[in-house]
Design a protein around this ligand. Structure first.
Ligand code: HEC
Ligand code: HEC
Length: 298
């Protein structure tokens, strides 16, 4: 913040405190109406329940003054003013870093003892899988589901169908560095009717109801627009994260309307990176856990 804005902020803080003080003073000032203290205000409920106008008790009033004193002490001890860092030089960032360092020291060994075992072997170690499952429920379930079964837009991690590859290395990579899928939107390039043909072609690939002549037209369009990423046979390319379009497993839904939407509007699935968030050791265990899930289903 520039000096100017710092001063403005500090001024506003101080004005607020003065205003609080003034408000309490003003409320506590004996006024004409309080001369008639104990008198009914004129509000009556339930026939005979009357509101009286009594002044606030003293002790209550003092409590308000104490909050002001408390606030001032707080502003001296902690960094409440714009560029003042407080008596103890406390900052939330520093406090957070200290906590993280403490946790790394306490819990780090629990995770690092697995780091020298390769992912495939680790996936058969019940102790590691137990740790992996807990990590998964904490950090991954909000998107992939607590059973890793996924939902629309979030892939199932327990089956054999992988967008980015199902080898231990590929899974590790997905979790460590994240993945960003880019399926372009085609509405501006391909006419709606032609997109309809392509949808028929994709439905035919998956053995679903389709119009045969339209599917044939769609196949030609697919070869020129889509094969670069999804391959000529539609079986996808894990290097680009382009999913297999012929196995009737759909990330965004396999109905005519949903496929049409995927093509016309595009899709941009994002798997967040965990390298700096969870760190290598936890990612290693998570990769083993996810790999074990897909091995069980095999
Ligand atoms: C914010 C939501 C979100 C969170 C949290 C998340 N993921 Fe993902 N993940 C995704 C999405 C979306 C994709 C698919 C990206 C795409 O469209 O290609 C994905 C893809 C993956 C893949 C690749 C799947 C494949 O078929 O190739 C793996 C493995 C994976 N996630 C594991 C994890 C693990 C382990 C965690 C917990 C550390 C996690 N994810 C947390 C959203 C999330
Ligand atoms: C630049 C590469 C690229 C091209 C070209 C491309 N796609 Fe995709 N497509 C992808 C990627 C990557 C995804 C995954 C998106 C995600 O995970 O969010 C995808 C997803 C899809 C999906 C959703 C699949 C599902 O499981 O729900 C459909 C349908 C699809 N593409 C069809 C097409 C068609 C039809 C064309 C040609 C008109 C095409 N794509 C061209 C990369 C491409």
């Amino acid at each position: 913040m520039t000096l100017f804005w710092s001063l403005i902020v500090d001024l506003v803080i101080l004005l607020n405190i003065v205003a609080c003080y003034w408000l309490i003073k003003w409320v506590a000032k004996p006024r004409k109406i309080e001369a008639k203290q104990g008198e009914p205000t004129g509000h009556v409920w339930d026939g005979d329940l009357t509101e009286l106008n009594n002044p606030m008790p003293r002790w209550w009033l003092y409590m308000f003054y104490i909050t002001i004193v408390w606030g001032l002490i707080y502003l001296i001890v902690y960094p409440g003013f714009s560029s003042y860092s407080g008596v103890f030089n406390w900052s939330s960032e520093k406090a957070y870093k200290e906590e993280v360092a403490d946790a790394a020291e306490t819990y780090g060994p629990i995770f690092s003892r697995f780091s020298s075992t390769d992912i495939k072997t680790l996936s058969k170690d019940p102790a590691a899988i137990k740790v992996g499952q807990r990590l998964f429920v904490n950090y991954c379930s909000q998107c992939h589901g607590s059973d890793a079964g996924g939902s629309r837009g979030f892939p199932n991690l327990t089956d054999q169908d992988w967008i980015w590859g199902g080898s231990p290395e590929a899974i590790h990579q997905s979790i460590l560095n994240g993945r960003t899928a880019t399926m372009p939107a085609w509405a501006a390039v391909i006419k709606p009717q032609q997109i309809g043909y392509i949808v028929d072609y994709l439905l035919s690939l998956n053995g679903k109801e389709h119009k045969a002549t339209d599917a044939q037209r769609g196949q030609v369009l697919f070869a020129s627009y889509c094969a670069a990423c999804h391959q000529a046979d539609g079986r996808g390319n894990p290097l680009l994260g382009a999913p297999n379009l012929a196995d009737d497993i759909w990330l965004y839904g396999g109905s005519r309307a949903k496929i049409n939407q995927s093509i016309a509007q595009g899709r941009q699935g994002q798997m967040p990176a965990n390298k700096h968030f969870l760190g290598e050791d936890k990612v290693h265990i998570l990769a083993a856990y996810v790999y074990s899930l897909s091995q069980q289903s095999q």
